[in-house]
Design a protein around this ligand. Sequence first.
Ligand code: NAD
Length: 490
Amino acid sequence: MQLNEDFIRSVVSQVLNEVRSQSNASPAKSAPIGSVSYAGRYGVFDSVDEAVAAARAAFEQLSERPVEHRRRIIDHIRRISISQSVELGTMEMEETKIGRLEHKIAKLQTLGEKTPGVEFLKTEAFSGDYGLAVIEHAPFGVIGAITPVTHSLPTITGNAVSMIAAGNTLVVNPHPSGRKVAAEGVRRFNKAIYEDLGIDNLICVLREPTLETAQQLFKHRKIALICVTGGPAVARAALNSGKRAIVAGPGNPPVVVDETADLDRAARCIIDGASFDNNLLCISEKEVFVVDAVFDAMMSAMEKAGAVRLNKSEIERLTGAAMHLVGEGADKHYAPTKELLGQDAWKLAAAAGKTIDKKTLLVFGETDETHPFVDVEQMMPFVPFVRCRDIDHGIALAQKYEHGFRHTSIIHSRNVRNMTKMARAMDTTLFVKNGPCMAALGLGGEGYISFSIAGPTGEGVTTPMTFTRERRCSLIEDLYVLGSPNTIGS
Ligand code: NAD
């Protein structure tokens, strides 16, 4: 047979096609020559360097794939998060020992169903006399993520969907008290993705996370961006890291109730929001300011809706068990105790010396504004109610005790002026009117969900677009198809 150039070209092209289709369809059997293979590790690593190297290799593989593959990858994360929510939610509950099992399960299901995916990516175009400019949104590369104990696997699930939709991969330093469920969830996600698409380690996690491994992630030169979800210390650490950071920090969401509110509805909403996962959500109602004219009626509405009221001495007994002083000198402040953080309402009542039905979702009571339960993000299902003179006094107190986090605030009112006044004064990322806090994340309200709400750095409820960098592609003089023959360049 004569070997002409066309024949050789066709053989080479056939071989290349076969190699390509194998690498697209089935798990990679071996790593490129000279590189270490992390395939089969399913994302669980003991060292930051290895985790970042594996996530970088996964990023390079993902970059070669069509967007349709990202959609398939996300479908696996969604499917596992929903169909294995009972098992994984139970695991999270048993490990962290805070919150409520039914809500651990619901969080995984909801994040699996509703976290925005590739459909949220968008391209912008500018056309005119000089041609066409297209602005596309590219991935950063490997993102370093820090996740809280309050929602260990749910935060990873939401972050993974949004970050991978945008074409990134991630390395997670979970809270040490939620590390096992984090590793198990990540292992299941990666295994399913690897078996279907042949890419492993899109989501990597540190098996034994510490503050040191968090610092290593912050400083790693192959980490392009960091995203932290947690309290004040990690928010500060991320902002001081020297890297671009997306910071989903703490909140202390106040509620204001005015004389025009539907009190029964307000009571149901406050109970739903403040008791969800035993008040662990950063958006949960943490303290309520009620105008004097309806204060007593509001307390009765809370009881009617099923919450149990504690009297003054019971609240003081609870406070002794639930709050303790931490820090030194000027930094000395109250913080919730480990024993009662995220515990059921009946346990808080027991600490207050009261026996109540174990099915009770929330306990509440009257305090003054200086009470630690007002000032501190308590993360437990006791909510203090403070009497105020009028709407202006209520808004002023809400502003004071939100501490300038600009996270979440809530009003129950039928007076649009009062709503507007409070919205302007609070300047919070989320502002809910006449609903429970979850309505702000598209659960019973409009919008979409994420468990990383970036207030301090301004990205808001994070989406795939949050984890992209802008790239502009300009074509000069052509493709302005609306141009007239006199358009510049014609
Ligand atoms: P946390 O601040 O104790 O821990 C959060 C994460 O940060 C953990 O992984 C922890 O190990 C790590 N961390 C803590 N200090 C660090 C430091 N100095 N350097 C590096 N890493 C550090 O918070 P938590 O108890 O796990 O979670 C509850 C807090 O998170 C609450 O304040 C809540 O409001 C906040 N939160 C915010 C959002 C949001 O979207 N804004 C969502 C969930 C939780």
